[in-house]
Design a protein around this ligand. Sequence first.
Ligand code: ADP
Length: 645
Amino acid sequence: MAKETILIVDDDIRNIEFLRDSLLIPSGYRALSAADGEAALDLALKEEPDLILLDLQMPKMDGFDVLEALHREGREIPTILITAHGSESVAIQAFRLGVRDYFPKPFKVTEIMGAVERSLAEVRLRREKQELTERVENINRQLEQKLKELTILYGVSKSVTSLLDPDKLLTRIVEATMYVTGAEEISLFLLDEETQELQLRAVQGVGEHEARPVRRSADNAVVRQVMSTGQVAMIQTARTRKTDPLQATLAVPLRARSGTIGVLHATNKMAMEPFSENDPYLLSVLADYAAIAIENARLFAEVEEQRTKLETILTGSEDLIIVTDDDGLVLLLNPAAANAFCLEKVEMVGKPLLEVASNEALDQLFRLPGTGNGVRNLEVPLVDGRTFYASLSPVTDVGWALIMRDITHLKELDRMKSDFVATITHDLRSPLTAIQGSLRLLPQLGQLNDEQADFAKRAMRNVEHMDDLISSLLDIGRIEAGLEMEMSAIHMDLVIEEAVSNLMGHAKSKGLVLRAIVLDDLPLVTGNHMRLTQVMTNLLDNAIRYTPQGGSVTVRATAEADHVTVSVIDTGVGIPAKAKARIFDKFYRVEGPQAEESPGMGLGLATVKSIVEKHGGQVWVQSKVEEGSTFCFTLPRLEASGQGA
Ligand code: ADP
């Protein structure tokens, strides 16, 4: 228990000694004493005892005078009055002056000690209450301060997301910094990206007017130090007297992903209070907000620039460009696309593309199975007579991108080429048949010598080769015209098996491994047996032809929800990237030693493409030079799989 101080006031030294030495000190109290009223008042004012034991009659100043004087000084010290001349009126006056207890002399020791204990217990209680009240008030003050800081930080954080003008936001941040720290001057410096110099971008406080115009460069050593180290700096000057003003500086870095991009700087030149422990934290939070705002503004400017570029490209493009979400609702499109469908942009955005465009081929494009990277391609004729080559690609987190290129002139050329080929082949056939007939008759006209027989044989081989070419061309013509294309349910596994066994001898003679890996229970497809065998033979023949000795050719067949995919994978010479786009064109052959070494007309893959597309499937190639090629094609599954055949 804390030692409480009790002042004994009595003009009789024996009373003082008795109370002090026999009662109070043995009970653990600290005792002071005064033998007259004046000395008592002095001691009471100076020492502020917890309790006064006060005699009434004393020379110079009596007990009441002491009480009144203390009252006047505003000191409410609990007092117990002890007097030899007690009366009812004395007691009344004493209680009026705030006396706790009143004892006529002679008193009983137990009574006095009881009264002392009671009074001090009250004093203790009162003191505890006061301490508690002070603590609560203190906590309240801290809470109010925190609330104020939070409100300001919240306000600034809202500005960070809503203000895109960085200058306005930086001004708001320095204002907020000044408010929460109470500093005299706040400045915010940013690194100029071009000159790599620190420039003052916002300022508040005493230096505000001299600092205009802002963007002054930073000549402050602390600011430069924070910029180079990226660490908070707090410097306070020592002062000799508590009443001297205090010079203090607090600077924190503005940190972005790229590193330190500026400094927030607070200074006090005439302050009486130093920066608080909390101030570096508050300043750092505000600096973070400033950094975020600047990053946002930069990103916004970049995005805006990209958007403008994209807009220009979209607007200027002659290709039709449409982006939809996963459900096919139009997100954006370019003017060429809106024109092609004879609609305004606003009539299409937000609507289902297939509904507003109303085009059968487009419907089919969205239903097609995707190639390796999910892209689907199809020719799409429009009502205005133009034909477009449409490419539909999935875009992660967006939906679909549809790009359509006008190929009307290519279609026309293709048609002209087909017409020309049809005419020419027809016209070439008759003279060739005549030459063939003449060559066959030649030996009957007389014995040919060896040299003549050799010439005639070579002429016959060339005529047969030309006949093959004409047959192939006529064949493509028939496929394109949809002739000889009766469809039925086909076991693709059997078609693959047949083609593989036909070419096994050829593969072995070239020292290649040829194998087929076919899914058990491969679903039936709708197709033409003869044409699908032709597809497999052409692809396998190429794979064997363009794979050097020691390599392998593998056929794989898998099933998806609505189609079967067949792949012919070789470890051969591969196809250069620039040739891939034209590989399925008629008469196209990759230039180089292989083309020269192997005979061919460049019609094999064109035939494959025509047949697969006539089946409603797609064909594509993936290849790497000197690693190999994979040709894949899809065929729609027979709807009621397992029936028919
Ligand atoms: P051809 O084989 O008669 O020249 P194709 O239409 O079958 O005609 O093939 C066109 C070209 O594609 C070939 O000349 C060849 O260069 C290339 N090619 C086809 N298949 C492969 C393959 N598996 N590996 C490498 N190149 C190939």
